[in-house]
Every structure is written in structure tokens, then in C-alpha cells.
Design a binder for this molecule. Structure first.
Ligand code: ADP
Ligand code: MG
Length: 740
């Protein structure tokens, strides 16, 4: 008898266990049982041989059509045995080199015999072949089994490799299943009963050795529940644990800075802003830490919400910190929050309000004296609000009484960074608000940020004009590019400004954008940098395009460039000049992606737009149309009309709904990319579950998990479930350690 934790060696023998460990990384019985088939072939249904491509590792089911043996000229005594197999249409040659006449092969692989053949596809003299494939012959049916039944039997096909073909994996699984002690079912019996889920042992047999497709479907559904439910139980436990920490309550105060700020606000808050504000205000008043994610479209006005939360904390004698992912963004927050607060942030200065606080900026580019002053203001508590970049995470940054941590553009930060700031609070934990403008589908939020509560801003402030987006297909309409530059000239003529975004910096750098402040331009969309996805020339570069435009289509306009290789002060100078209207056209990389706010900029041209991800394009265009004038975004591409990349661009052009686009992003990207490296452990635990398709199941699993954990937080009554949750934590920690 075997149990999940047993080493495979004990069950399948040393040799097979070594293979399974070295090729597939499977060490225990449980590992192997969790290695699910990729597909199921019907015995009697031959593989389409015409669909094979060179280089593929394949397992094909085919019938031997003919064989031949010939002597090798170069090696006397050796022969080449060839069997041609077929699916009825295509042909594939199996080639075996050997000593002697290889009679045994001729006996085994006689015409008419069917089998599974595994190997790597290559071409030789125009013929597809497998060299020395591994094979397993499909014998005749056993007596008593009707031919039809036999032909319909499902053969599990595992992701395999040349060293370890699918049926060897299947064989090991069969041995394991035969000697397995029926494992305790991790799903509570009551849940299974209510939802009609099959038992664990049945599910394992059903997924590895199904009788029919219905069997597979039942097993998959049940095993998806295992994945979703275990994860949601873990997250529910974490939420519960998080609230068990204490935090200093920072309730709303009358007559403080926040009240004064609200009186001074030059606009009225949107209903969504008021609603999110109310929820956050209530969270802050509790004696356990807030853990809230605020998501909202680009330009939906998240910063105001953060500022109001920070003022509430300052009014309650605490400090607040705002962490931004880039220098440019931190500087901009500092300037715009300074001007929003006006006299409220001018403590000790002429014209400062009575209870005024102070705003302090801490970034890597501060001079020594300025940094000393800033550190002192933070540590003494003189600064009620501290804004900064990663520099805030350093040990020397200390606070007198840190009450609230706000993280802008959360997707740029990992969990470790969240924790680094959290540890700077003295007693208990600070409240935490993380913000993101990358709208994520509900299930991703539940899976990735499942330990956070979520507030969502769905509307934009009134008076915003919609952005119109068009694809500029220069492959079919080369003259549209000239028209694009004319459009920019027209807008500049009306006193407006424009962005031109390029995928690359240029200037002779060896490869990509990995330079300067890496976090500025580290693209989340490396997928789209793969060769073959764009034209074969290098992507358009800022430095080169700027020179061309200055000499040609945009001659005479005030052009400036911005990219991650510029020193921080230079970047800030350029951004300031652009914000002040001293620059007409900013030619830039995605360094301007997040948060940059220049309402007078109304046009954005994105070069080689197919190189950016859907959500990234949506973010980028959010930079325009921030004022009263309608924004225009032009997606320039050389991709032909039928290319999938063009469809992506058309999708971006056709909707302004960031949530809809984030779903498209999720459909097109590997789930692991969406979950991110910080969640690598989580990714590997989601084998069957698909974040889009299984939305309902995930939602239901979450509800059930919350109910269970509320009733039995330590899972005392569910030992098998508790063990599964521990396994998930271990997997996360392992990947985390491997990363470190
Ligand atoms: P994001 O959510 O992308 O961070 P911001 O907070 O930068 O958006 O807000 C975008 C712009 O909208 C800012 O200039 C901000 O002052 C302005 N804004 C925010 N809320 C409102 C509102 N209720 N009415 C009008 N303008 C607003
Ligand atoms: Mg923002």
C-alpha cells in the first residue's frame, strides 16, 4: 500500500523513479498522481500525421504500412530498419539503426500493427521521421471485450519527452493507482454531497484511467474544486489572520485637515470616489489593519482617495507613506499632492494653515543634505505624508508613527515590498491601501489578491471626454503615417501637446531596454517581444525617431525625449517642461506609462503598437484625454490585416472598457504571466483551473471557503483539507526560496 507522501522509488522501482524525478521533477506518489494527462486518445483513432511539425516531441497513434531493411555503407554489420506508419493520409518514417538484420523489429512492426510511437519529429530528404522512437504496440483486444468497446477505450497521453514517453508515465501511474491506499478526501463530505462532486479516489482514477469522456469530465470538475477550494481556504485563513493583528484606529476627526481639504476641493467627488472613501474611512477606524485594493481605470481619480485617507490618518496623529513605482511618478505625486494640499501641507512655512502637516519626498536621487533632512522629517514625525520610490524601503527610513501605507500601481511591486513597509510601523501594523490602474478580472483579483478586500472605481470623473483610438495600418496604407504627423501638427497648432511612444530607446544599446531605472521600463509584456511577432526590423526607437521627426515631419516643433536611461534629474526636468507646456511633443518609451497626468496632452501616437500588451496600450492611452478636450490615440502598426496582433489592436480601438480588455489580455497571455512571478507558487498549484473559464466555480469556492473558515478557522475538523492547504503553502515557499 502506498500513500501520497511516499517516495516513488518504493512503488515503481529505482529506475523509473529516477527518470520521473530527473525528467519531470516528480518525487512522490502524490507528485505523480498530480501529473495529469494532457489529452486522451481513443484507441482506434489515429493521430493526424499531416499536422506534425519539425522539432515537436510527439506521441502518435498510427498503423505500420510497410517496412524495409538496408545495410549501412559506412558501418559494416549494421543496418537501418525503416517502418513507414500512416494514419490513412499522412506518412511518417520510423528509423532505427542497429546491428545485424534487426529481425526482432521486423517481427514486432509488421504491416497492419498499430502502436503508439514517441519521439522528436525531424525531416530527412523531405520526409518526416522519428529517429529511434520509443513505442508501445496496441495489441489485440482481450477475450470477452467487444471490438467496439476496445476501440473506444481512452488512452491517457501525458506531456512527455524523448527520455520518458507518455506510456511509461501511464505505466507508473497504473502501478501507483493499483497499490494506493485510498487517500482521505480533502474536500469536506458535506460540500461534496451538496455539489454532487465525486470522491477523491474516483477522481484520481477518472483523470488517469478514464473509461469514457464523461468519466474525465467528472474527475476534472472535482479536481478543479480541489484547486480552487484549497486556495480560497488558504486565502480566507490569511484574511482572518490579518485582522487578528492589531492596528491603531485612525477614526475620522471633525475640523481636521481632511475636512478642510474637502472644503477646498475644486471639484465634486464621483459617486464611486465617495463610496470607496466611505469604506476606507470606516476601515481606518478599526483596531485591526485595513488590507484594501483600490482598482480603477486610468484617470478614475484614485489619488484623491489616497490623499483623503492619508489626511484622515494625519488628523489622528499618525503618518502616511505613498510608495510609487518610478521616480517620475513619485515626483509627480509629490508636486500634484503639494498643490492639492496647498497651505495644508505647509507646516512651519509662511502661509501654512493652522494644523498644517508637511509633505516629504524620499527618492534615490536626493542629494546627501536633502536626504538627511527628509529622513529626519520622517523619523521625527514632522512629515505627516512621505512620498517616495523603492528608496523608502531602506532600513534607514524610519517613522515616528506610521499609520497608513499606500502603494500606487501595485502590479509593479511584490508581496515582499509590501511587507518591508509594513514592518516600519512601531506598535501593531499599519493600515494598507494598494492601488492599481490595471483592471484585473474578478477571478484574478480573487486568486492573486484574495487576501485583500477590493474597492472598484468604474466611472470616470464627469467632463472627461472619451478617447478615440484608431489603428494606423501602414502596411496597407503607407500614407497614413504622414497623415499621423500632420494630425500632431494640427493639435500643436491649437496649443495642445502630444506623446509619441516607442518600444525601444535606441542609440546603439545591445538589446532591449534593460538599462537605466529598470523598473521604469521592465515590460510586463515580454511575450510580445518574441521574434516573429513584429516586423523583422528592430522596433522603432526613441532616439532614432526623434532625430527623423525633428529633421522632417515635425521640424520646427519643440520636441523632447524621455526614457529610462536618462538620469533621474534629467527625466524630471523633461517631465516638468512637458507639464508646463514648454515641450510640444514628448517622444518616449513606456516610462510615461503609469500615472503621468498632463491634461493639455491630447494626442498619443504609439509606434509598433503590436509590441505592447492589450492592457498596457489601454494604460498608455489613458495619458491623453485627461482634460476637457477629447483624446486621440493612434496605434501605428506594420502588421498585416489578418495577423492576430492586428486583432488585438482592433480590440483596444473598439472599447474603452479596461475590464473587458483585461479579459482579452488574460485570454491571450499565459496565466502564469498574469499571475506574475510573485505568485509563482500559486501558478504551479493551478493545473486544471482556468481563471476565465472557471469564474463561477472560483466564486462559489470562495463563498464555501469563507463559510468553512469562519466556522472552523484552524480546520480542526478537516485534517485532509488542512494537509492540502499546508502543501500549498510549502509550494509557495519553495518557489519563493528558489527565487531568492
Ligand atoms: P488615476 O486613478 O489614474 O490615478 P488620478 O488620481 O491621477 O487618476 O486622477 C486623474 C485626474 O482627475 C487628476 O487630475 C485629478 O485631479 C482629477 N480628478 C480626480 N477626481 C476628480 C473628480 N471627481 N472630478 C474631476 N476631476 C477629478
Ligand atoms: Mg494614479
Amino acid at each position: 500500500m502506498a500513500v501520497s507522501a511516499d517516495p516513488l522509488r518504493l512503488v515503481v522501482g529505482d529506475k523509473a523513479a529516477k527518470r520521473l524525478a530527473s525528467v519531470l521533477g516528480l518525487h512522490t506518489v502524490g507528485d505523480l498522481l498530480g501529473y495529469y494527462p494532457r489529452r486522451y486518445d481513443k484507441r482506434g483513432e489515429l493521430t493526424d500525421l499531416l499536422g506534425l511539425r519539425d522539432g515537436d516531441h510527439v506521441t502518435v497513434q498510427a498503423e505500420v504500412a510497410s517496412t524495409s531493411v538496408r545495410k549501412m555503407q559506412s558501418r559494416p554489420g549494421s543496418t537501418i530498419f525503416e517502418a513507414v506508419v500512416t494514419d490513412g493520409h499522412g506518412k511518417l518514417t520510423l528509423t532505427f539503426f542497429g546491428r545485424g538484420r534487426q529481425d526482432y523489429r521486423e517481427r514486432e512492426l509488421s504491416p497492419g500493427v498499430r502502436g503508439l510511437f514517441a519521439g522528436q519529429v525531424s525531416s530527412f530528404r523531405g520526409k518526416r521521421q522519428l529517429t529511434h522512437p520509443d513505442y508501445e504496440l496496441l495489441g489485440a483486444s482481450s477475450p470477452g471485450v467487444r471490438a467496439e468497446e476496445y476501440a473506444n477505450e481512452l488512452i491517457p497521453v501525458y506531456r512527455a519527452s524523448a527520455q520518458l514517453p507518455s506510456w511509461k508515465i501511464a505505466h507508473a501511474v497504473r502501478i501507483v493507482l493499483d497499490v494506493l491506499d485510498v487517500p482521505a478526501d480533502p474536500l469536506p463530505a458535506d460540500l461534496r454531497g451538496r455539489l454532487g462532486l465525486c470522491g477523491y479516489a474516483d477522481a484520481l482514477r477518472g483523470i488517469h484511467r478514464p473509461v469514457d469522456q464523461a468519466d474525465v469530465a467528472r474527475a476534472r470538475h472535482r479536481l478543479k474544486w480541489d484547486e480552487a477550494f484549497t486556495l480560497q481556504v488558504l486565502l480566507a485563513q490569511r484574511r482572518l489572520a490579518a485582522i487578528s493583528y492589531s492596528a491603531i484606529p485612525r477614526p475620522l476627526a471633525d475640523g481636521g485637515l481632511l475636512a478642510e481639504f474637502d472644503r477646498m476641493l475644486p471639484f465634486t467627488l464621483t459617486a464611486g470616489q465617495r463610496q470607496a472613501g466611505r469604506v476606507i474611512a470606516a476601515d481606518l477606524a478599526l483596531d485591526h489593519p485595513m488590507h484594501r485594493l483600490l482598482q480603477g481605470e486610468v484617470g478614475s481619480g484614485k489619488t484623491i482617495i489616497a490623499v483623503r485617507a492619508m489626511l484622515q490618518v494625519v488628523d489622528a496623529a499618525g503618518q502616511a507613506v505613498l510608495l510609487a513605482p518610478t521616480e517620475v511618478l513619485a515626483q509627480q505625486h509629490f508636486r500634484s499632492i503639494s498643490s492639492l494640499l496647498g497651505p495644508l501641507a505647509m507646516a512651519g512655512q509662511l502661509g501654512g494653515a493652522e494644523h498644517a502637516t508637511r509633505l516629504t519626498l524620499i527618492t534615490g536621487s536626493l542629494g546627501a543634505a536633502a536626504r538627511r533632512r527628509a529622513l529626519l522629517e520622517a523619523a521625527s514625525g514632522a512629515a505627516g505624508i512621505v512620498i517616495g520610490t523603492h528608496a523608502l524601503l531602506e532600513d534607514r527610513v524610519q517613522f515616528a508613527d506610521l499609520g497608513l501605507v499606500v502603494i500606487d500601481e501595485q502590479h509593479r511591486f511584490g508581496v515582499e515590498q509590501r511587507d518591508a513597509l509594513r514592518d516600519k510601523a512601531g506598535d501593531g501594523r499599519p493600515h494598507m491601501l494598494v492601488m492599481t490602474a490595471t483592471p484585473i478580472p474578478r477571478t484574478v483579483a480573487m486568486t492573486v489578491f484574495g487576501d485583500l478586500n477590493v474597492s472598484t472605481l468604474t466611472e470616470l470623473p464627469a467632463g472627461r471626454s472619451p478617447i478615440s483610438t484608431h489603428v494606423v495600418p501602414v502596411a496597407e496604407r503607407p500614407h497614413y503615417l504622414a497623415r499621423t504627423w500632420e494630425r500632431i501638427r494640427e493639435e500643436i497648432g491649437r496649443g495642445r501637446q502630444a506623446y509619441v511612444v516607442c518600444p525601444r530607446i535606441g542609440g546603439g544599446e545591445a538589446s532591449g531596454e534593460a538599462s537605466g531605472e529598470a523598473s521604469d521600463e521592465a515590460s510586463d509584456d515580454a511575450l510580445f517581444d518574441e521574434p516573429g511577432l513584429g516586423p523583422s526590423r528592430p522596433p522603432v526607437a526613441v532616439l532614432e525617431l526623434a532625430a527623423e521627426l525633428a529633421a522632417g515631419p515635425l521640424a520646427g516643433l519643440r520636441l523632447a525625449i524621455l526614457h529610462g536611461r536618462l538620469p533621474a534629474e534629467e527625466k524630471d526636468k523633461v517631465m516638468l517642461a512637458f507639464a508646463d507646456g514648454l515641450v510640444d511633443v514628448l517622444i518616449t518609451t513606456t516610462v510615461i506609462e503609469v500615472g503621468v497626468d498632463v491634461p493639455n496632452a491630447v494626442v498619443m501616437v504609439i509606434m509598433d503598437a503590436e509590441r505592447f500588451g492589450v492592457s498596457q496600450l489601454h494604460q498608455l492611452r489613458g495619458r491623453v484625454g485627461r482634460g476637457a478636450d477629447p483624446g486621440l490615440c493612434l496605434l501605428v502598426t506594420e502588421m498585416p490585416e489578418a495577423a492576430p496582433a492586428r486583432e488585438r489592436l482592433e480590440a483596444v480601438a473598439s472599447t474603452a472598457d479596461g475590464f473587458a480588455l483585461s479579459r482579452i489580455d488574460l485570454e491571450q497571455r499565459r496565466e502564469g504571466d498574469v499571475l506574475g512571478t510573485a505568485q509563482a507558487g500559486r501558478r504551479s498549484s493551478l493545473k486544471l483551473l482556468r481563471l476565465l473559464r472557471d469564474e463561477d466555480l472560483i466564486g462559489q469556492a470562495r463563498e464555501e471557503a469563507v463559510k468553512l473558515v469562519d466556522a472552523d478557522p484552524a480546520l480542526a475538523g478537516q485534517p485532509a483539507l488542512a494537509a492540502a492547504v499546508r502543501g500549498l503553502v510549502d509550494a509557495e515557499q519553495t518557489t519563493f526560496l528558489e527565487k531568492a
